[in-house]
Design a binder for this molecule. Structure first.
Ligand code: NAD
Ligand code: TDX
Length: 332
């Protein structure tokens, strides 16, 4: 198998590449990545050249993606602008990468008749509201509510239409919030672990009541591999690990695990249009493909993640000041 991974130098992409490299020793992996602020070549530096190739390029560039797809057997498409707050500050780049970039991937895959797995998010389904026990499933209605989720929804619709119209051999997965090593310091868990390391109070948006459904990036990776190998073509799979938690409890848990008082955080401006709750029903992938998450204990996964950020200051420090400067402008 010659696997092409777009966006493989980012957080989940690089976790997935390392996972497949370990689990499928006879596969060759090629990563195509633009190395935006969110991508780092160092995330993949341990991989041996005999089984791994890196291409520095943009999925929006037709010739680059055409050549990379021609040379592979299957594509897993992660490349995207991924941060909601950035999409509120400047939506245009999200349209370019998430919509036009996905279009270019689809056209190359169609031209060469290759297998595609498209990575998406639960945010395309909108907001479940607090106090409900409802969860997103494959049948949920699309209802994106931020520029980020609207462009991810657009990319899902393009993939679905290429499957329906051109018979493309593709699958889609919509996953909940990921955590783990190599996540950019703009996202809530690494932002606030690194704040605490630096002696800065963790920041909680609004009233901190918003709920996210957490899954470790390694569990997301094993689910993607299961779909790539055994998923039914044309289908969508939800991925989640029953990790629902409100943001205040999340921040207080991080504080406790780092030996601080659980009240040592500060409330900051809320995100405009801030979705209240996401939650995933992952029955389909569990029943059809026998997939199960390994990180059933969120506190254990979080403890390991905190340790990783403590041990890898060289990795995150160069991004920290610039990220916080952007947040300062937003009062967050
Ligand atoms: P990330 O921002 O950490 O990484 C994105 C990667 O894509 C980076 O390496 C970046 O350089 C690359 N990239 C961006 N634009 C590109 C372009 N035009 N051409 C080539 N490469 C480009 O993102 P992430 O958190 O790892 O998310 C990866 C995927 O998973 C995204 O599609 C995202 O929507 C989806 N997803 C993320 C989460 C989450 O919790 N982070 C949850 C569900 C789904
Ligand atoms: O400092 C913070 N304090 C805080 O309370 C930050 C950065 C965020 N928050 C809140 C906002 C959200 O309710 O925490 C929650 C999580 O925020 P993010 O880490 O920005 O993630 P979210 O907006 O939920 O989106 C993530 O999950 C779905 C990923 O960034 C997306 O790429 C993915 O599709």
């Amino acid at each position: 198998m010659k696997l092409l991974v777009t966006g493989g130098a980012g957080f989940i992409g690089s976790n997935f590449v390392r996972y497949v490299y370990k689990e499928r020793p006879d596969w060759h992996i090629t990563v195509l990545d633009k190395l935006t602020y969110a991508g780092d070549r160092k995330n993949l530096e341990d991989l041996d050249d005999s089984r791994f190739t890196f291409i520095h390029g943009d999925i929006c560039d037709e010739q680059t993606i055409d050549k990379a797809v021609a040379d592979c057997d299957a594509v897993v498409h992660f490349a995207a602008e991924s941060h909601v707050d950035n999409s509120i500050r400047g939506p245009r780049l999200f349209l370019d990468t998430n919509i036009i970039g996905t279009y270019e991937v689809l056209e190359a895959v169609r031209k060469y008749g290759k297998r595609l797995h498209h990575i998406s998010t639960d945010e395309v389904y909108g907001d479940l509201g607090l106090g409900s026990t409802e969860k997103f499933s494959e049948k949920s209605r699309y209802d994106p509510r931020s520029p980020y989720s609207a462009t991810k929804a657009g990319s899902d619709h393009l993939v679905r239409s290429w499957i329906h119209t051109y018979g493309l051999e593709a699958t889609i997965s919509n996953c909940s919030n990921n955590y783990g090593p190599y996540q950019h310091v703009e996202k809530v868990i690494p932002r606030n672990i690194t704040n605490i390391i630096l002696g800065i109070k963790p920041k909680l948006y609004g009233e901190g009541k918003n709920v996210r459904d957490w899954i470790h990036a390694e569990d997301h990776s094993s689910a993607i591999l299961a779909i790539l190998e055994d998923g039914k073509l044309g289908e969508t799979y939800m991925i989640g690990a029953n990790g629902e938690l409100d943001n205040k409890t999340l921040i207080q848990t991080i504080l406790e695990l780092m030996g601080k008082s659980p009240d040592d955080f500060e409330f900051v401006n809320d995100r405009p249009g801030h979705d209240l709750r996401y939650a995933i029903d992952a029955s389909k992938i569990k029943n059809e493909l026998g997939w199960q998450p390994k990180y059933a204990d969120f506190k254990q996964g979080l403890t390991q993640t905190i340790e990783w950020y403590k041990q890898n200051e060289d990795w995150w420090k160069p991004q920290k000041a610039e990220t916080e400067a952007k947040y300062k402008e937003l009062g967050r």
